[in-house]
Every structure is written in structure tokens, then in C-alpha cells.
Ligand binder design. Structure first.
Ligand SMILES: NC(=O)c1ccc[n+]([C@@H]2O[C@H](COP(=O)([O-])OP(=O)(O)OC[C@H]3O[C@@H](n4cnc5c(N)ncnc54)[C@H](O)[C@@H]3O)[C@@H](O)[C@H]2O)c1
Ligand SMILES: [Zn+2]
Length: 383
């Protein structure tokens, strides 16, 4: 086992380290000791992650004589709601905490967002550590301090910015992640290449298959490069200013959220899958508007497809909804301002930019075409 890579999120008084490596769970106590204000933590996790990865983490705490309590929640997006949030806060308070107690979020983005939000609000804010166990959480949700829960009105509408004091990304945990979840997280990895880092994107074209197949060195390299990208953007724009750099991280997400909403935020379409579709749409629209080449759009489409991600909305949702139904959630997105749609488009691979005044009519026409059944299916229809 080699030493972890230590990356820094430069946020002044709120700066913290992201440790990326292998075998980190078993060294949890030694790695965390420096950021704890008392030798005690409360570990929040879900039942699936608890079964697979809690024992080495606890052993690591015991080895460093750090006291611990564990709270296990049901797995799944449904846990990120008010009811579970209320229950979690009360369970933590029952355990008797102080301002110097640290929460640990051990799990995917659901646990990270929920436990992070609890840490943001309990006693008006206590420290927390992210220990992400999905690829999506390692490259995206655990870094940057966005915490939230969902409400019946939409996803992530109640939350807070609250930075962790450390992130421990142990790529060994990805060994147990289902292939579909892995591919969905991979969409966010590709995103960093597509928005700012063409060299990384080209490296992924060569190494993506090995990443999915289980090559831990490739996984470690990809997680680290993604975290460096996210950390740099977050350091420059912690709270997502209008027109700020952080907005670029929403690449593929305006379309993606609309597709997720249309699909009902469930197993039919995972977040990363929706982002893959959204990135392909953003490239196609960029090509249509003359910002980038059609070859670039086709090229990224081929890579995403090779990685097992969907890139054709006609085959995923086509026929099931009208373009207007996709546009409606886009106009409700929290990034919408004065009814004008803001989209992230591209001038090419690695060169994303913000477009603020996309006409809804143009978008509707574009989506209608994208959602039409594929040409082969059309040809088979009677005239
Ligand atoms: N805060 C942010 O900046 C941010 C960014 C992106 C996404 N998110 C949020 O993240 C959430 C999605 O995160 P996610 O994709 O990690 O989902 P998740 O937390 O639901 O995890 C996916 C599934 O994998 C299981 N799992 C987790 N780790 C595992 C492992 N190592 N082996 C086997 N199974 C494992 C979980 O139990 C769950 O069933 C969404 O709620 C989204 O809104 C937040
Ligand atoms: Zn995302």
C-alpha cells in the first residue's frame, strides 16, 4: 500500500485535504486524527455500505483509540428527505454531542449530502468528514461543500454550503460497486475532461475501459485528476456565483435534471446516466449552433456509449414524453433567472462556456428532433 495522494482545496480558513488512495479505510483513525477536535466521531452510513465497508473503517478508528457511534440508514435517494433528516438529527442529539464532535459520512452522495446537511445545522454547525464510497461521490459530491435534502417540490432544494474538514477517497471501496453505478459515476469523470481538460478526456478514451474493469491504478489517477479539477473550481467560486466558474460543473446537468425529472428520479435513469445524455445533447446543440464540430459531438457520443452509458434520448425516453414536458422542468431549474435559460455549451472538447439567453423556442425545436424515434425505426413505419 502506497501513501495516499494529498490534494488541497484552497478555501482560506475552510481549506481542507482530499486524500486519494488505496487501503485508506483501515487507516481511518491515523488519517483522521489530525482534523478531529476530540477523539470521538459519529459515523453515518447506509445499510449496504455498512455491510461492505464499515468493519475496516471501525477497526481503523479503534486502532487510534477514537471513540465511535454508528447510525445506519436505508440505502437510496428516498433517504435524503425531511423525515430521515429529522430522525437523523434527533438520533445524533440523543447520542449527546458537543460542538467539537465530528460526523463522518461513509457512503455515496446520498449519505454525504444528508449527513453533511445535518453537520451544517446541528448546534449551528459541527465538523464533518466525507468518506465517499461511490465513484460519483469520490469525484463530485464529497468535494465542494454542497449539502442538501430533497422535497416533494424537487431535488436538493433545502440545503447549505458547509465544507468538510477532510475527504478520504479510498478507491478500493469501488470494487464492490455495481457496474451500472460505476458507469454513472464515470459520466462525471468525463465531464471534467469535456469542460476544461482535453488531455484528460483523451487519456480517458484510452483508459476508461480499464477503469470500469477494475484497474485500481487507473481509478486512483482518474479520481485524483477529477478532484484536482473540482477543487480548483470550488476554490475560485465557493458559492457558485452567477457566471462563475462553478457553473461549468453543471455541464450536461440542465438537460440531465429535466430527463431525471421526466423519468421520475428512480432506477429507470440514474443521475450519471442522465448527465451522459445531457452532455451529448449539449454537444449536439453546440454543433447545431455552430460553436463546435459535429465530429466532436459524435466522438464523445462514441466514448460514452462504449462505457455503457446511454447517449440517445429517443431510445431511453422517446415516445414517452413531448419536448414541452422536458422544457418545463428546465425552466423550473434553480439556475434559471428571469425565465431565460442558461446553458453550458462547448466550443470543442475541453472548452465549455456559459450561454445565458437561449430562446425556449429554439430549444423546443432541438429537443423535438432529438426525441424523435431513430431514423431506422422511422423508416420501418408505414408511410
Ligand atoms: N453535493 C454535491 O455536490 C452533489 C453532487 C452530485 C450529486 N450529489 C447527490 O449525490 C446523490 C447520488 O450519489 P450516489 O450516486 O453516490 O448515490 P447513493 O449514495 O445512493 O449510492 C448508490 C448506491 O450504491 C450503494 N453503494 C455505495 N457505495 C457502495 C459500494 N462501495 N459498494 C456497493 N454499493 C455501494 C448505495 O448503498 C446505494 O444503493 C444524489 O442525491 C445527488 O443529488 C450531490
Ligand atoms: Zn452530477
Amino acid at each position: 500500500m502506497s501513501a495516499p495522494q494529498r490534494l488541497r482545496v484552497e478555501l482560506g480558513a475552510r481549506a481542507y485535504e482530499i486524500l486519494v488512495g488505496r487501503g485508506l479505510l483501515a487507516q481511518s483513525g491515523a488519517l483522521l486524527a489530525r482534523v478531529l477536535r476530540q477523539p470521538r466521531v459519529i459515523v453515518v452510513t447506509d445499510e449496504t455500505v455498512a455491510r461492505l465497508h464499515l468493519p475496516p473503517f471501525i477497526a481503523g478508528l479503534d486502532a487510534a483509540q477514537i471513540a465511535h457511534d454508528e447510525i445506519r440508514l436505508p440505502p437510496g435517494e428516498g433517504t435524503k428527505d425531511f423525515a430521515h433528516f429529522a430522525r437523523l438529527c434527533q438520533d445524533i442529539l440523543e447520542l449527546g454531542i458537543e460542538r467539537s464532535t465530528t460526523l463522518v459520512a461513509l457512503g455515496g452522495g446520498v449519505i454525504g449530502d444528508l449527513a453533511g446537511f445535518a453537520a451544517a445545522t446541528l448546534l449551528r454547525g459541527i465538523n464533518y468528514v466525507q468518506v465517499p464510497t461511490t465513484l460519483l461521490a469520490q469525484v463530485d459530491s464529497s468535494v465542494g461543500g454542497k449539502t442538501a435534502i430533497d422535497t416533494p417540490q424537487g431535488k436538493n432544494l433545502v440545503g447549505a454550503f458547509h465544507q468538510p474538514v477532510m475527504v478520504l477517497a479510498d478507491v478500493d471501496t469501488l470494487a464492490t460497486l455495481p457496474r451500472r453505478e460505476l458507469a454513472a459515476g464515470y459520466a462525471e469523470v468525463v465531464k471534467y475532461g469535456l469542460i476544461r481538460d482535453r488531455v484528460f478526456y483523451e487519456w480517458l478514451e484510452t483508459n476508461g475501459a480499464a477503469l470500469l474493469a477494475g484497474d485500481t491504478a487507473v481509478r486512483e489517477a482518474a479520481v485524483a485528476r477529477s478532484c484536482i479539477a473540482k477543487a480548483a473550481i470550488v476554490a475560485g467560486d465557493e458559492r457558485e456565483r452567477e457566471r462563475g466558474e462553478r457553473v461549468l460543473l453543471n455541464f450536461g446537468h440542465t438537460f440531465g435534471h429535466a430527463l431525471e425529472a421526466a423519468a421520475g428520479f428512480g432506477d429507470m435513469l440514474l443521475h450519471g446516466e442522465a448527465v451522459a445524455l445531457g452532455m451529448r445533447l449539449a454537444f449536439d446543440l453546440s454543433a447545431r449552433l455552430g460553436f463546435c464540430s459535429a465530429e466532436a459531438a459524435a466522438r464523445i457520443g462514441r466514448h460514452l456509449t462504449a462505457m455503457g452509458l446511454p447517449t440517445d434520448i429517443a431510445s431511453v425516453l422517446g415516445g414517452r414524453l413531448a419536448p414541452g414536458q422536458l422544457l418545463a422542468p428546465m425552466q423550473k431549474d434553480k439556475k434559471v433567472k428571469d425565465g431565460q435559460l442558461t446553458l453550458i455549451l462547448v466550443r470543442g472538447i475541453g472548452d465549455a462556456f456559459i450561454v445565458e439567453d437561449v430562446a425556449p423556442s429554439l430549444l423546443e425545436e432541438f429537443l423535438a428532433e432529438a426525441m424523435a424515434p431513430p431514423k431506422s425505426a422511422r423508416a420501418a413505419l408505414p408511410p
